[in-house]
Structure formats: structure tokens, C-alpha cells
Design a protein around this ligand. Structure first.
Ligand code: CMP
Length: 409
């Protein structure tokens, strides 16, 4: 599938296009779903791991000279590879769909100023500084700078983007919890200061010192370097510890709910995009469709994976959004189903075990509809239920014909 759109500058922006620049862009940004994409992601992680490992080891003072040299070479090679990666990312930046309406030069400038662009630039710094005449790589003390490569790990964690969205979506409850945190902190520190400063002028003699104790206590860290000695101080400490647990629990709940909601939203959009490829849904109105979309789940399967096995109980049906499956009939024959087809409906309609084994023949994305949702949808969208039933009947008849056509033993 190719998503292409025309930018104002007439450039065709292709998300999974065929041009060399588009392919390199998809590879570098880990959006290439093929085996090549997976291999590149693994390679990137390995190179990053080797680089970081070498930098960390090199900081050990008493290493043999040979090991030290080998580590320096490793750091050098990784630094050069990251430099090449940065240049390629800059070159392919105009392929990003979000820069579709900007000129090539502006797209590159925008990318260079973005967070991934700045992280990439930091990772190239050792080579840039070396090119400028300063031998930072190879100099043991200075190569510690390469630890900044750790920031590249963020490229492998798309959930970090989700985290940023969650924090932005939930900013109001997060701000409320933080305000509650500060209120508790200041009140407890002031109370402890008043109650403890005579016995411990060193630790509680000023509000900043008392605040340090309050932070350590409220976050339930408890270093134990400063402890209240008076009965009143201990009472304040106890209340603060219990409040700390409560505040952290509320914060965890806010973030967990935010993550779950964001995940549901992402899944909804993903399914909405895929549903368009399944003809049986094409005739449905937007309201009906949005109800179905909310009940479908996308699942990606590699090639040669069994999805349902003949004789197993059926608890879901599947719509093929991309790829292909092979239905292995009990008669020994096979039927291939491609994009837009569905399977697994017979067990749900007849409340019988699976009539055949179904396996992927290539990487396939399926939309899964669980039995309870299927029955609910079938009960109030008769057009959909009729279409599924008609196809199930056709298949059943075809299987009976095939069985009848088998030579008698
Ligand atoms: P189910 O019996 O739940 O699980 C196996 C699935 O294979 C079955 O539902 C149908 O969706 C599918 N299937 C069975 N027979 C055929 C056929 N002749 N042609 C296409 N699909 C079939």
C-alpha cells in the first residue's frame, strides 16, 4: 500500500514509496515493516550497544594497552557510522509526511532543529570535533562524551512519544497532584522545622534543610540521614510517609489511565485505517462503522503461523486487512484468502469447533472480532450478519461438495 500526497512545492511525499530516498527514510526511521527494516533496527541497536559498552569500559583506569586500543577503534567506528547515519537522516528528511508542504531545504532545517535531529547532531559531535582538529575520539577522558549516544536509544522507544502525549493530555490532573505534593511538602517541612530546630539545629534549623528531609520522606526514599527526634516531629513524619504513598498512588493511577486511553485511541485510528480495505464494511454508515471499529483489534502475524486449528473451539473471527491466509480443508484441499476476505465465522455462527485450519502464507495483518462482540453486532446490524451468513453457507456447501467428490475408500 502506498500513501502519497502532493506538497505545495509539487514534491510527492511517499510514506512507503519506492524512491531510494523514501526507502532509506523508512529504514532509518524504523517504519519499514519488512525483514530489511527489522534487520536494520537490530543492527542499529547492536552498534549502539557496542559503542556504549566500549565508552563505559574505557573509563576503567587499569586496562591493558591492547584492550584500550581495541576499545578506541570500536568507538571510532561507531562514531563514524553515526555520522553517516546523521547525514542520511538529514538528506531523507523531506520524505517525512509532516514536511510535505515545505521546501526540501526547509524540511531539512526543520528536522535538524527537531529533538531527534538535535540528538543525532550530538551523537555526531565526536567526529565533528575531530574534523575540526580536536582529537576527542581516542582521547580516553574526552570519549566519555560519547555516552551521549545513549539518547539514541529513545529512537527505539516509540512509547516515549506516547508518554509525551499522555503527559500533555493529563496535564490538569498531573498539575493537581504536583500542587498537592508541594502543599504537603511545605506544610510538613515548616511543622518539622518548628518542632525539631531546638533539638537538631543542624538538620532542621532552616526551611531548606527541613525541606530536604520532607522530600526524602514524602517520596518514601528515606535515606535516614536526618530523622525527627521529638514526638511531634515523628507524628509529622508519619503523616508525611502515609501521604507520600497516597500521592504516588494517585500519580500512578493518572498516568496508567492516560496510557490506556492513549493506547485505545491509537488502536482505534489504526483499525479505522485498516477497515477501509475490507469490502464487507464498505456499505456501512459512519456511525455503524465507528461502533465496529471500537470492537476490532489489529494483530500482525508473520508468514506460516497457524491462526485457527481445525477442531479447536472458536472464540473470534478475522478480517484480512493485508496479506494472505491458506484455509486447509479437511478434504486435503486448500483455499487462499487475501486482503478484504474474512474467516473464522463458521464456528461462531454454528457454535461448532473450527471446521478447518487457517495459516498465514506471508506477513499478514488481521482485524480480530471476538465472539461476544460478533453476536452483539450481528443482532443489530442485520445487513452485516446476512452477508457473513451467506458466505458461511456458500463455504459449507462448497465443503460438502468437495467431500462428496472425494473417491470412496
Ligand atoms: P471456522 O470453521 O470458524 O474456522 C475455519 C475457517 O475456515 C472457517 O470458519 C471459514 O471461515 C474458513 N473456511 C472453511 N471452509 C472454507 C472454504 N471452502 N473457503 C473459504 N474459507 C473456508
Amino acid at each position: 500500500m502506498q500513501f502519497a500526497r502532493q506538497g505545495a512545492y509539487g514534491r510527492s511525499v511517499t510514506a512507503t514509496g519506492s524512491s531510494l530516498r523514501a526507502r532509506i527514510h523508512a529504514l532509518l526511521h524504523f517504519t519499514e515493516p519488512s525483514d530489511a527494516g527489522r534487520r536494520w533496527r537490530a543492527l542499529h541497536l547492536i552498534v549502539l550497544g557496542i559503542g556504549l559498552f566500549a565508552v563505559i569500559l574505557l573509563s576503567i583506569g587499569d586496562l591493558p594497552a591492547d584492550t584500550r586500543n581495541a576499545l578506541r577503534y570500536a568507538i571510532w567506528i561507531v562514531a563514524i557510522l553515526f555520522f553517516i547515519e546523521y547525514v542520511l537522516r538529514l538528506w531523507t528528511a523531506p520524505e517525512a509526511p509532516r514536511y510535505g508542504d515545505t521546501s526540501t531545504a526547509m524540511a531539512r532545517l526543520h528536522w535538524a532543529m527537531s529533538l531527534p535531529g538535535l540528538i543525532g547532531l550530538l551523537a555526531t559531535m565526536p567526529v565533528v570535533i575531530w574534523l575540526a582538529g580536536y582529537r576527542i575520539v581516542g582521547s580516553d577522558a574526552a570519549s566519555i562524551f560519547c555516552v551521549l549516544w545513549i539518547l539514541k536509544l529513545g529512537l527505539h522507544a516509540p512509547a516515549l512519544g506516547t508518554l509525551a502525549r499522555v503527559v500533555s493530555n493529563e496535564r490538569a490532573p498531573i498539575a493537581s497532584v504536583l500542587i498537592l505534593f508541594f502543599i504537603l511538602l511545605v506544610i510538613a517541612a515548616t511543622a518539622a522545622h518548628l518542632l525539631e530546630y531546638e533539638r537538631q539545629p543542624q538538620a532542621f534549623g532552616s526551611l531548606p534543610n527541613a525541606l530536604w528531609w520532607a522530600v526524602v520522606t514524602l517520596t518514601t526514599t528515606g535515606y535516614g540521614d536526618v530523622v525527627p527526634l521529638t514526638a511531634g516531629g515523628r507524628m509529622v513524619g508519619s503523616i508525611l510517609m502515609i501521604s507520600g504513598i497516597t500521592v504516588l498512588a494517585i500519580m500512578t493511577g493518572v498516568l496508567a489511565t492516560g496510557f490506556a486511553q492513549e493506547e485505545r485511541r491509537r488502536e482505534y485510528l489504526k483499525v479505522w485505517e485498516q477497515v477501509a480495505r475490507v469490502p464487507i464494511f464498505a456499505a456501512l454508515g459512519v456511525v455503524t462503522l465507528s461502533e465496529i471499529v471500537g470492537k476490532l483489534r489489529t494483530r500482525y502475524y508473520p508468514s506460516r503461523i497457524i491462526i485457527v486449528r481445525r477442531g479447536d473451539p472458536g472464540d473470534s473471527m478475522f478480517f484480512i486487512s493485508s496479506g494472505e491466509v491458506e484455509v486447509r480443508l479437511p478434504t486435503g484441499g486448500t483455499v487462499h484468502l487475501g486482503e478484504g476476505a474474512f474467516f473464522g465465522e463458521m464456528a461462531l455462527l454454528e457454535r461448532q469447533p473450527r471446521s478447518a485450519t487457517v495459516a498465514t502464507t506471508r506477513p499478514t495483518t488481521l482485524l480480530v472480532l471476538y465472539a461476544s462482540d460478533f453476536y452483539e453486532i450481528a443482532s443489530h446490524i442485520p445487513a452485516l450478519a446476512d452477508a457473513v451468513e451467506a458466505e458461511a453457507k456458500r463455504r459449507r456447501d462448497e465443503n460438502i461438495d468437495r467431500t462428496a467428490g472425494e473417491p470412496k475408500r
